[in-house]
Design a protein around this ligand. Structure first.
Ligand SMILES: [Ca+2]
Ligand SMILES: [Ca+2]
Ligand SMILES: [Ca+2]
Length: 235
């Protein structure tokens, strides 16, 4: 009985971590090949930047912050930003007085295995300097239809230019619990109004398999667990 359990555990624990997909990475040093661009998105200086700044209107008095000549997408309209990201209407809204109005995003489908890790560096720069008030612009990640927030304009506490304030660079990490084809979106939205724009910069995007030491740890944990079960049954 014990031997049978051990063999099963070994087969299971080896199948999961070692079946990881080849992985994917983009340092944005060579453009935006393979990405679907929604709204104002542009690559330059080895990073990609997305903004909520209109090309048509002067969202920020005296400043031209739009990078591509393409307007951000309306958040809550048919065919707009939410629908383009596979989200329901209102999925990018906050509470009262915190409706997302317009924004931009990057989108692509990726093949992942359970245990694969998604990582990228991000930084927010903003003209939305209301502090901890309402209607704060923010940046987000959409993973398979679920929204995760990166940060809001309230976290931009370092003076910068051409935007008023910026956050500095942070790293986002996420480990996939199931495998398959996953739609990944990363974006930024104006909230409450269309003015006081916000920019999201991204770099060093990667999806990597679980490193082998971690895979071995999982395997050993699996063996230990089954060993414990086997001992309890014998007792
Ligand atoms: Ca880069
Ligand atoms: Ca705002
Ligand atoms: Ca705007």
């Amino acid at each position: 009985m014990k031997k049978h359990l051990l063999v099963s555990a070994l087969a299971l624990s080896m199948a999961a971590p070692f079946a990881s997909a080849a992985g994917f990475s983009d340092n944005f040093n060579a453009g935006l090949s393979g990405w679907t661009l929604l709204g104002d998105v542009a690559a330059g200086n080895g990073v990609v930047a997305l903004t909520s700044a209109s090309a048509t209107y002067e969202d920020d008095i005296g400043l031209t912050l739009n990078l591509s000549g393409n307007d951000p997408l309306e958040a809550g309209l048919p065919g707009g930003l939410e629908q383009s990201l596979g989200l329901a209407f209102g999925a990018l809204d906050g509470g009262i007085l915190s409706q997302a109005t317009e924004g931009s995003a990057l989108l692509r489908s990726v093949q992942v295995s359970a245990g694969d890790r998604l990582s990228f560096d991000w930084m927010l720069s903003t003209m939305d300097t209301a502090g901890a008030g309402f209607g704060l612009d923010y940046a987000f990640v959409v993973i398979g239809g679920q929204r995760f927030d990166l940060g809001t304009a309230a976290q931009a506490d370092v003076p910068g230019a051409p935007y008023a304030m910026q956050t500095g660079w942070s790293r986002f990490d996420y480990v996939f619990t199931t495998g398959g084809t996953v739609s990944l979106g990363i974006g930024v939205v104006d909230v409450f109004d269309y003015t006081a724009s916000t920019q999201l910069q991204l770099d060093n995007f990667s999806i990597t398999a679980v490193p082998e030491p971690e895979a071995h740890a999982l395997m050993l944990a699996g063996l230990g667990l089954v060993g414990a079960v086997a001992r309890r049954r014998r007792a």
